[in-house]
Design a protein around this ligand. Structure first.
Ligand code: SAH
Ligand code: SF4
Ligand code: F3S
Length: 466
C-alpha cells in the first residue's frame, strides 16, 4: 500500500472529521472496520477512488473486496452511457441483502451519476437503504459525511457542483506499485452535444504545475515506472493558472524529472492538439509513442452538430503531422456510432477515416441519449438494430486493420514494461502500446525489458534479449 501527501495540506476541517470518525470507530467496534470501494467509469474515476481510499484510510478503515463483510460500501459511479448507469443501479440493488445481515453497514453512492439531480432523487425515493449520495464536487468532504452519519444524521444528499480550485493534499492510496495515475486537470468546458461529463464534473480546473511535479517526483522516487497524466482534455491544461504554462510545457517538465520511467497522457481533444504539443512529445524521450486522439465521427456535418470544432480534414492533417515528426507513433480513438440524425452516408465517412488513419485500437460506442444534453433533444430516427449493423461493420473493418498493425511489429526489438505474470509468461506494453507476451520470471514485474517480437498468434509473442 502506498501513501502520498502533496505539498499542500488537505483541509484541516476534514482531517479533524476523519480523526473523530477514527475515534468513534475504535470505541464502538472491536474489529478493524472494513471498507469496499467499487469503481465504475474512466481513469478519472479510478484516480478519484484512490483518493477516496486515502480518506477512508485516514478514518481508520482497512479494505475488503468482499462486499458482504464491509462496514462501509461506496460506489463511485459513471454516467457517460445508459448502460453504465444501469450497471450501477443493479450493483447497488444487490447489496441491500448484506445491509440486513450486517448491523451498522453504511452504503454510499458518489461520482458522476450522483452529481445529477434526477439520479440523486431516484436514490432518495427508491433506495431507502442508501445512506449517502454525493456528487463529484464534494468528494473531499467524505470524512464529514461519514462523521455525520455515525453521529445520527439519517441520510445525506449533496450534489452541489463545485468549481473551486482543486483541493490538494488528499492522501492517495494507489492499487499498483509501478504504474499510477496523476490528474493534471479536472472538469471539462467543451460541451460536446452528446456528453454528460461537463454537467457532472464542472468547469475545467488545472492543478498547479508544482503539485504535479512533486507528485510525479515522489512516485518515481518510490519506484513507479509508468505515469499516466489524466484529464478530460489535457490539452487545455493551464488555463486560469497564474503560471505561464500549458500542457506541452508541463510534459517537458515531467520529462525532465530524473529517473527511468515513462509518461502517458489522456485525453487529448483534437481541436487543442497543437504542433507545440507534438514537438514536446517528440523531444521528450520518456513520453510514449502513442496518442489517444478521439475523433468521434468522420462526417463534417456530424462533427459540427456534435460541437467538436474540427473537420475530418483538419483531424487527418494532425495525424499526418504527428507521423512526420514521430514515424513510429500509433493512434487510438473513440468513435460514436448512430449520433442523432447520422445517416449511413455519414457513417461511411467514419469508416473511410478509420481506414485512412489505421488506428492500433478503437473504443467504439453506440450513441446513448443523456438527459440534459442538447443531443438528447435531437430527432433520432435510425433504429437501434440499424445502428447495431453499422457498429458491426465498423468493428469488422477495425479488426482487420488492427491485426495488420500488430503484425507490423514483428521483427522489432522494443522496451516493454512487464505488467502481468501467469505460469512462466509475462506480458506488457511497448512504448507504442503494442501488447506483447514472452517467457520470463515473476520478479520482472514492474521492470523494463528489451523484447524481440517474433510472431503473432492471438496477440504478439516475443523473447527477452540482452
Ligand atoms: N474527455 C474524453 C472522454 C470522454 S468520455 C474525450 O473528450 O475524449 C469517453 C468517450 O465516451 C467519448 O470519447 C465518447 O466517444 C463516448 N461517449 C460520451 N458520451 C457518449 C454518449 N452519450 N453516447 C455514447 N458514447 C458516448
Ligand atoms: Fe465530453 Fe467532449 Fe468534454 Fe470529452 S471533450 S468530456 S467528449 S464534452
Ligand atoms: Fe464516466 Fe464520469 Fe468518467 S461520466 S466516463 S466516470 S468522467
Amino acid at each position: 500500500m502506498q501513501y502520498d501527501f502533496s505539498s499542500n495540506e488537505y483541509s484541516p476541517e476534514q482531517k479533524a472529521y476523519a480523526a473523530r470518525v477514527y475515534n468513534i470507530l475504535r470505541e464502538t467496534k472491536s474489529e478493524t472496520p472494513l471498507a469496499a470501494v467499487v469503481t465504475f467509469g474512466c481513469q478519472q474515476n479510478v484516480s478519484d477512488s484512490q483518493r477516496i481510499r486515502g480518506m477512508l484510510s485516514l478514518m481508520g478503515y482497512e479494505f475488503t473486496e468482499d462486499l458482504s463483510k464491509a462496514d462501509f460500501i461506496i460506489f463511485n459511479t459513471c454516467a457517460v452511457r445508459e448502460h453504465a448507469e444501469d450497471r450501477v443501479f443493479g450493483n447497488v440493488g444487490a447489496v441491500k441483502k448484506y445491509k440486513r445481515q450486517r448491523k451498522g453497514m453504511i452504503i454510499a453512492v458518489c461520482g458522476c451519476m450522483a452529481q445529477q439531480e434526477h439520479v440523486s432523487r431516484r436514490f432518495k425515493e427508491s433506495y431507502p437503504y442508501v445512506d449517502m449520495v454525493f456528487g463529484t464536487g464534494v468528494t473531499h468532504r467524505l470524512p464529514e459525511f461519514v462523521y455525520k452519519k455515525l453521529t445520527g444524521t439519517k441520510r445525506i444528499f449533496e450534489n452541489e457542483l463545485n468549481n473551486d480550485p482543486v483541493i490538494e493534499g488528499i492522501p492517495v492510496n494507489r492499487d499498483d506499485v509501478f504504474k499510477g495515475f496523476v490528474p493534471v486537470m479536472y472538469g471539462c468546458d467543451n460541451f460536446c452535444t452528446y456528453c454528460i461529463v461537463p454537467y457532472v464534473r464542472g468547469r475545467e480546473r488545472s492543478r498547479k504545475p508544482q503539485e504535479i511535479i512533486k507528485e510525479v517526483t515522489d512516485m518515481v522516487n518510490s519506484g513507479y515506472k509508468e505515469i499516466m497524466l489524466l484529464g478530460q482534455n489535457v490539452n487545455s491544461y493551464g488555463k486560469g493558472l497564474d503560471e505561464d504554462i500549458n500542457f506541452a510545457k508541463l510534459l517537458r517538465m515531467v520529462n525532465d524529472i530524473p529517473g527511468d520511467f515513462r509518461i502517458r497522457f489522456m485525453t487529448s481533444h483534437p481541436k487543442d492538439c497543437t504542433e507545440e504539443l507534438l514537438l514536446a512529445m517528440r523531444d521528450s524521450k520518456k513520453v510514449e509513442r502513442h496518442l489517444h486522439l478521439p475523433v468521434q465521427a468522420g462526417s463534417d456535418r456530424i462533427l459540427k452538430i456534435m460541437n467538436r470544432r474540427y473537420t475530418a480534414e483538419k483531424y487527418l492533417s494532425l495525424i499526418e503531422k504527428a507521423r512526420s515528426l514521430m514515424p513510429d507513433i500509433t493512434f487510438t480513438s473513440d468513435i460514436i456510432v448512430g449520433f442523432p440524425g447520422e445517416t449511413y452516408e455519414d457513417f461511411k465517412q467514419t469508416i473511410e477515416l478509420v481506414k485512412k488513419v489505421r488506428y492500433s485500437s478503437l473504443f467504439t460506442f453506440i450513441y446513448s441519449p443523456r438527459k440534459g444534453t442538447p443531443a438528447a433533444e435531437m430527432p433520432d430516427p435510425v433504429t437501434r438494430e440499424e445502428k447495431g449493423r453499422w457498429f458491426s461493420e465498423l468493428l469488422a473493418v477495425q479488426d482487420k486493420i488492427q491485426k495488420e498493425k500488430e503484425e507490423e511489429n514483428i521483427g522489432k526489438t522494443v522496451r516493454v514494461l512487464c505488467e502481468e505474470y501467469d505460469d512462466g509468461i509475462l506480458s506488457g506494453k511497448a512504448s507504442n502500446m503494442a501488447q506483447i507476451s514472452f517467457a520470463g520470471e515473476k520478479d520482472f514485474i514492474g521492470s523494463f525489458k528489451n523484447v524481440k517480437i517474433t510472431s503473432y498468434d492471438h496477440g504478439l509473442k516475443g523473447e527477452i534479449t540482452e
